[in-house]
Design a protein around this ligand. Structure first.
Ligand code: ADP
Ligand code: ADP
Length: 230
């Protein structure tokens, strides 16, 4: 059972860099999925396609067998279903305080004030940020900022959460905190998709792996299948 898939996806940046070269894959629903591969393999570029921030140069994407559409209304719907947490949280945090940042998405959806408050509180509790809710975001550590960015995505109640290198630049303690949160979200039924260079996470946390290289798919399978062939 697949939630999303890409068919012969190609993407060329405006400067001519071919970042994706015919990527075809299907993302299993409800799993803990990790993307591996060297820097420049195309992981970030692919993730930007999953929530519609990048639009394919050629090929197509599907969410539950519906082809992606790129009009404003479809993109707004897509971003409620697929949340993306960037590698660098400074690209995602804009507001004065933690709770304002987390409220940004639901506020833009024009949800009733009560519903916004409820979603922000839930998201802050899941990410262990409740005590920091009134702090200015620039005051936080990298690990805390990554959790604020995740909380902002959770406040949209997406079915799929995509995180670009969620543990990059984090110490073991903050790595553990974030991976535990992702495990709980997966246990609650969400499909979690990450990229990582941490083979330990790939082996012990993920239940399905994709290995990208040079904008294409090098291998896919369970961690046991992938690492047996190394
Ligand atoms: P990673 O490989 O870990 O995703 P990079 O260091 O490649 O990170 O990229 C960091 C940022 O720089 C990203 O936002 C990416 O889109 C951008 N970037 C990477 N390569 C280029 C490039 N050749 N030209 C312009 N921007 C780039
Ligand atoms: P990964 O996330 O696997 O490190 P990326 O998707 O960041 O890979 O990069 C794929 C290719 O696209 C690389 O050659 C990278 O330099 C290039 N690239 C990434 N962002 C940009 C950008 N904004 N402009 C031009 N080239 C880019």
């Amino acid at each position: 059972d697949y939630i999303m898939r890409a068919d012969k996806l190609e993407y060329t940046y405006p400067d001519g860099t071919k970042a994706l070269r015919g990527l075809t894959l299907a993302l299993p629903r409800g799993k803990r999925i990790a993307f591996l591969g060297p820097n420049g393999a195309g992981k970030s570029t692919f993730f930007l396609h999953l929530n519609g921030l990048n639009r394919p140069s050629r090929g197509s994407l599907f969410f539950q067998d519906q082809p992606y559409r790129y009009d404003g209304k479809s993109l707004k719907q897509l971003r409620q279903q697929v949340g993306l947490v960037f590698q660098d949280p400074d690209n995602q945090l804009f507001s004065a305080s933690v709770s304002e940042d987390v409220a940004f998405g639901p506020f833009n959806l024009e949800l009733p004030a009560q519903e916004i408050t409820r979603r922000v509180e839930t998201a802050l509790r899941i990410t262990n940020l409740w005590e920091l809710k009134d702090k200015p975001t620039h005051f936080l550590s990298v690990g805390q900022k990554k959790r604020v960015a995740l909380a902002g995505v959770l406040a949209m109640k997406p079915e799929v959460i995509v995180l670009d290198e969620p543990t990059a630049n984090l110490d073991p303690k903050h790595t553990g905190i974030i991976m535990n949160i992702l495990t709980e979200l997966n246990n609650a039924g969400k499909t979690i998709i990450i990229s990582t260079h941490d083979l330990d996470i790939a082996l012990s946390w993920a239940d399905y792996l994709f290995v990208l290289k040079n904008g294409g798919l090098l291998a896919e399978g369970t961690p046991r299948e992938i690492f047996a062939n190394e």
